[in-house]
Design a protein around this ligand. Structure first.
Ligand SMILES: *[C@@H]1O[C@H](CO)[C@@H](O)[C@H](O)[C@H]1NC(C)=O
Ligand SMILES: *[C@@H]1O[C@H](CO)[C@@H](O)[C@H](O)[C@H]1NC(C)=O
Ligand SMILES: *[C@@H]1O[C@H](CO)[C@@H](O)[C@H](O)[C@H]1NC(C)=O
Length: 806
């Protein structure tokens, strides 16, 4: 349909269709890198991804960031692209256009929808409520402005930082195979693809990690952006801590390695190996500031490896970007039944006919932190291996193209890569409600369902009975939610989506608005490659940037669609969804090659003003009588700890939503220096720490914050203490006030046999946290018996944590 209107529109709006082809490489590139915090609210907000209505944030595992690179043509700096990788479930159309508005105010026409890409890592452990369509905000009790604003502010700041740091630099690219970090979670659907197409590939998921290295003026790497498909579901659907999941972990490991000087030492020493369970092996714990993380390299085991003379800046920004993620899983051991321990039924992913017991196992099973670390470490190691190897220098022009597509009726022509047909108004199938082996659904839905059940058809008809045309258009998908015909209170899913091609020399980034399955992504890449090969040459590196700019769920091949696994059930625009994307991408690519203008497409609706929210505000915080915020509820129970042990302290706290502390921290681990001063060695962004927060019950003003630190291997012996920093809200005022609390001092002992342990100090007998905390605990236990399990589970986990710390 874009084609129909293209000629007319482009005659009218030639300016906005203008194509920029720069002859870069002669004069080289300008390169800029930026990174900013987008963590947002870490309390009371649903976590985005599993749509588990009971999964609320209650603290921080590691912080979330936006990481940006900008590459401009040195000879014609207006010719530029900005790519932003977000530690978020996905990009959001509302975020994208708000960010672009802010950029327009600041930089005029320099940045727009054509040359800026926002791509989500697909972590399932980030705060929800920042998308403007109903379906994606139901589990989060609607839209939540604090989440939205934190992401918009952080993205804009990271772009600003990249913009301000633009300087002459160079680029290189390479790819390597990473075998043990992903599997296919719908292999039976993959098998429905034609045998001759499958024969082109060795695996049923893509194993290639492609890395873009960005060097600054002195030739050292300042950015490392890699693309690899794996779901951000290492942290499971019971997790309550905000986390970047495996890609956030990988980014932290590589960045900490660089910060610890790993990239500046000479000589190839050790290869990457396994780390200890605290993730702190060989770390450098001497550095650290209160903001953005302290305490040195959590990926110390990456070792010091210097490549072919090419250094790495200590302030390296490493981003791990998502690709054709649709049918991938990080749960590499496969899916098993919780009750029997046997593999699940392969076609439906069920145990005894139901999905709830069928759960994927990560490599660190049953510990999901360990699985996150391992899948993160494997991506980190591969990226670092590439970063330090001889890469191909990037040369050639910077080009970009973007189009909005109205997906409700694109007529697709048959081609080598597409089947003829038409896309439909959006609808979701029964299999969608089954969920996946990474996080099953709640009811009696199963994957691989092309029938639906009578009961749910009845419920469905009560909500919105699909028209016969919709049924026919989506067949063989049985429609559960006919979202294309539901417009109240506003649109339920997007129907105007966007596609984009960014070309930097031989690197071609295809920004897709959702989760392409493995074969869907491969087919798209082959089609685009065929369209540009003659003009752009053979040695191209094509990557798919998943979940970019707008989110419109899944995209399977038509063959996979017919099987109706979860991914097929959540393919919104019918069996020809992929065919339409391929046709439109090829249209853009062809126009880029021929240097012709293209139809920008229809503008999507802005529904921000209409958003509803049922997330309750913070009414007030109050400590118990006789206590102040920051006072200890349960102090550090022991006097001394060794590497690998976990120390914890619990404080009377305010709600973290009072102040999200962007680029700051809710905790500090402090070590006493020789001169008696205290120095921060870890913050809430460290792998070794966890910040946990919970209320006594959902409506209570009483809340608690636990600071937890697992002593890393190699932590210097000495005196330490735990600090909590927070903000509290009075009852009749909106002005929050900051407070801090500090635990008693404890000692970290050196390794056995070392004499430097526990210098001085009064080492009295260990207190087991009696007194006040025992009373609180009794009170809570009584309360827990009365209240529903849901309202006190957070506190129970705090208690358990407190005990484990001892
Ligand atoms: C540890 O980190 C500090 C501060 O970042 C740095 O000065 C020092 O050289 C590092 N030590 C090692 C062994 O990497
Ligand atoms: C989720 O992870 C936690 C922590 O590792 C573990 O205790 C729990 O059993 C896991 N749940 C499922 C359903 O796998
Ligand atoms: C679906 O319906 C067909 C025919 O109506 C039937 O043969 C088939 O067994 C059904 N499949 C399931 C999974 O219920």
């Amino acid at each position: 349909m874009g084609r129909r209107r293209a000629a007319f529109l482009c005659a009218v709006v030639l300016l906005s269709c203008a194509v920029r082809v720069s002859q870069a490489a002669e004069d080289g590139y300008l390169v800029g890198i930026g990174k900013a915090d987008i963590t947002g609210p870490v309390a009371d907000v649903n976590l985005m991804g599993y749509a588990n209505p009971g999964q609320f944030a209650g603290g921080i595992h590691i912080r979330l960031f936006a990481r940006t690179f900008i590459v401009a043509d040195a000879a014609d700096p207006a010719g530029r692209v900005a790519f932003v990788n977000l530690d978020a479930g996905m990009a959001s159309q509302a975020v994208t256009f708000t960010v672009l508005e802010r950029l327009r105010e600041r930089y005029g026409e320099l940045y727009g929808e054509q040359n800026v890409a926002l791509s989500g890592t697909h972590t399932h452990a980030g705060p929800a409520g920042y998308l403007q369509y109903m379906v994606y905000d139901i589990a989060s009790r609607g839209f939540y402005p604090q989440t939205f604003n934190a992401i918009v502010d952080g993205v804009v700041l990271s772009i600003q930082r990249a913009h301000d740091s633009l300087a002459p630099g160079s680029l290189s690219v390479g790819a390597g195979e990473l075998l043990d970090a992903n599997i296919n979670r719908s292999p039976t659907a993959y098998l429905a693809n034609p045998a001759e197409e499958r024969a082109l590939y060795q695996h049923d998921v893509d194993k290639q990690l492609t890395l873009l290295r960005l060097d600054g003026p002195d030739g050292s790497a300042i950015g490392a952006f890699s693309w690899f498909p794996v779901h951000g579901t290492s942290m499971n659907n019971t997790n309550t801590l905000v986390s970047g999941d495996n890609k956030g972990a990988a980014a932290q490991f590589v960045e900490r390695w660089a910060r610890a000087g790993g990239g500046q030492r000479r000589g190839r020493s050790q290869a990457a190996g396994s780390t200890d369970s605290t993730g702190g092996g060989g770390t450098n714990s001497s550095g650290g500031t209160g903001s953005g993380g302290g305490g040195g390299g959590d990926s110390g085991t990456l070792g010091s490896r210097a490549g072919s003379g090419a250094g790495v800046s200590p302030s390296l920004v490493a981003a791990f970007c998502q690709a054709n993620v649709g049918d991938t899983s990080p749960n590499t051991l496969g899916a098993f039944c919780l009750d029997t321990g046997l593999p699940c039924d392969a076609v439906h992913s069920t145990c005894n006919g139901r999905v709830q017991q069928c759960i994927g196992r990560g490599p660190g099973w049953p510990d999901h932190f360990e699985s996150t670390r391992l899948v993160g470490q494997r991506q980190a190691d591969k990226a670092l291996e590439l970063l330090l190897s001889d890469l191909e220098t990037i040369r050639g022009p910077i080009q970009y193209r973007h189009a909005f597509l109205d997906m409700r009726g694109i007529q697709v022509q048959a081609s080598d890569f597409t089947q003829a047909g038409r896309t439909c108004k959006p609808a979701m199938g029964f299999a969608f409600a089954a969920g996946t082996t990474d996080g099953p659904g709640a009811f009696d839905f199963t994957q691989g369902d092309t029938n639906g059940t009578a009961f749910w058809r009845l419920v469905r008809n009560f909500i919105q009975k699909p028209t016969p045309e919709q049924e026919a258009c989506h067949a063989p998908k049985p429609i559960l939610l006919d979202v294309g015909e539901m417009h109240y209170p506003y649109e339920w899913v997007p129907y105007i989506v966007e596609i984009q091609i960014l070309r930097i020399g031989q690197l071609v980034v295809l920004s897709v608005p959702g989760e392409f399955t493995t074969m869907a992504g491969r087919r798209l890449k082959r089609a685009v490659q065929a369209a540009v090969r003659g003009a752009w040459g053979e040695g191209l590196h094509l990557v798919i940037a998943g979940l970019s700019n707008t989110y419109a769920s899944y995209i399977t091949t038509p063959e996979e669609y017919a099987v109706q696994r979860y991914e097929g059930g959540f393919t919104l625009f019918g069996p020809h969804t992929l065919d339409a994307y391929i046709q439109e991408f090829v249209r853009l690519a062809g126009a880029m090659v021929r240097d012709e203008p293209t139809d920008p497409g229809p503008a999507p609706p802005n529904q921000l003003a209409a958003q509803w929210s049922l997330v309750p505000p913070v009414v007030w915080d109050g400590p118990p009588a006789g206590k102040r915020f920051g006072d200890m509820a349960e102090d550090v129970p022991r006097d001394s700890y060794r590497a690998g042990e976990t120390v914890a302290a619990t404080f009377h706290a305010g709600c973290p939503r009072n102040n999200i502390r962007a680029e700051g921290t809710f905790l500090a681990v402090e070590r006493q220096a020789g001169d008696g001063s205290w120095q921060v060695v870890a913050t809430d962004d460290d792998w070794a720490t966890k910040f946990r927060w919970g209320r006594r019950h959902e409506l209570s003003e009483l809340s608690f914050a636990t600071v937890e630190w697992t002593v890393p291997e190699g932590a210097p012996a000495g005196a330490y203490r735990l600090r909590h920093c927070g903000d509290a809200k009075p009852l009749f005022s909106s002005i929050v006030h900051s407070y801090e609390g500090v635990s008693r001092t404890f000692y970290v002992e050196g390794p056995p046999g070392s004499s430097s342990s526990g210098s001085g100090g009064n080492k009295q007998g260990s207190s087991e946290g009696g007194g006040v905390w025992a009373e609180v605990r009794q009170g809570l236990a009584a309360l827990g018996r009365r209240a529903g399990a849901g309202s006190t589970w957070l506190l129970r986990s705090l208690h358990e944590q407190g005990r484990r710390g001892g």
